[in-house]
Design a protein around this ligand. Structure first.
Ligand code: SF4
Length: 329
């Protein structure tokens, strides 16, 4: 069975962008692949961050993943910092990673603008990403288009390490991208990808009233100034969300009513709000149960880390042996 690795930042409550864009796909993938899903808290400390809330954000993200359907019986769910081999492999791979490749990363160029003095972690975090994947010898990584460059670097690092230390063997196999299911969910401002830091999200645990309060003012086709102005659903983020959340006949009605100016945007958003809240209701019920039993969440993460470590230790043993490093007994 092919192995998949995927990670998510511990940003607190899962939002519908994470859910529709990645986690729904994880729930689907765990049925037919050997999956490792990781809350990547070591990545979350790369730049400035709030240390006091990191543990609770990690817990909340875990609750969200479990509530959304990640099944610890089918997939390994764990927190990155609970498997120290991630940081260990990062250092070992650091020795074969060309500086020029790191400096060429688009995200490095963007992020480095924000600092007067750039922390080395901002430059080096793609090596940690490579370590995350190569530690488990993952065959496939579900990636959005914005992550393809990072995966390419992971492949390059694996190639270089194998050439240097593999003695003709691909000890660290090059992972392939799993592109098909990746979706880019835009935020309620309709301007940028849905992201907690941009404040354009709807959390999966939000009440129907809160969902409506956020959807009501959300960006639509600017051509629809009044109810009588026809619109173009394809350029409207509300329509994009309908396509992900509403049944096909509703989606067809939305398109017809929008083009023909047969209803207003508030009518359209009301239908979406109801469908979204109905889809979130079972997730919220599961989250409530998990929140009432925090020890259960800790147990799941402890078990996940132990299972992940069994695989990780074996890779580290092989890598260190090839690199001539002494092994602990
Ligand atoms: S009617 Fe619906 S799809 Fe059309 S612009 Fe308004 S919100 Fe968007």
């Amino acid at each position: 069975m092919s192995r998949i690795f995927s990670g998510i930042q511990p940003s607190g409550e899962l939002h519908i962008g994470n859910w529709l864009g990645a986690v729904q796909n994880w729930v689907h993938l765990q049925q037919s692949y050997d999956c490792l899903f990781c809350v990547v808290d070591l990545h979350a400390i790369t730049g400035k961050y709030d240390a006091a809330s990191l543990a609770s954000r990690t817990h909340d993200m875990t609750v969200g993943l479990l509530a959304a359907g990640v099944d610890p019986e089918k997939a390994i769910l764990f927190v990155q910092s609970q498997v120290p081999e991630h940081a260990e492999l990062q250092w070992l791979l650091n020795t074969v990673t060309p500086l020029g490749e790191l400096e060429r990363m688009t995200q490095f160029k963007d992020k480095s603008q924000r600092y007067e003095s750039i922390p080395a972690g901002v430059l080096n975090y793609p090596i940690l990403m490579a370590a995350d994947i190569l530690l488990y010898k993952a065959d496939l990584v579900p990636v959005g288009e914005d992550q393809v460059q990072h995966l390419e670097l992971t492949r390059e690092i694996a190639r270089r390490w194998n050439a240097e230390f593999g003695n003709g063997q691909d000890i660290l196999p090059e992972p392939k991208p799993l592109l098909t299911e990746a979706k880019r969910i835009m935020g309620l401002d309709g301007q940028a990808k849905m992201s907690k830091s941009l404040g354009n999200t709807i959390g999966i645990l939000e009440s129907p009233e809160a969902v409506w309060a956020k959807l009501r003012p959300a960006m639509t086709d600017p051509a629809r100034v009044t109810k009588k102005d026809p619109g173009t659903p394809e350029i409207c983020n509300i329509y994009a969300l309908h396509k992900l959340l509403s049944p096909p006949d509703t989606v067809a009605t939305v398109a017809k009513n929008c083009r023909g100016a047969l209803w207003g945007c508030l009518d359209c958003k009301r239908v979406l709000a109801d469908n979204l809240s109905a889809a979130l209701a079972p997730i919220q019920a599961r989250a409530k149960e998990l929140q009432a039993t925090p020890h259960r969440v800790s147990e799941i993460l402890g078990d996940g880390a132990a299972r992940a470590r069994r695989i990780a230790r074996e890779t580290i043993r092989e890598v260190k042996e090839r690199m001539g490093l002494s092994q602990s007994t």
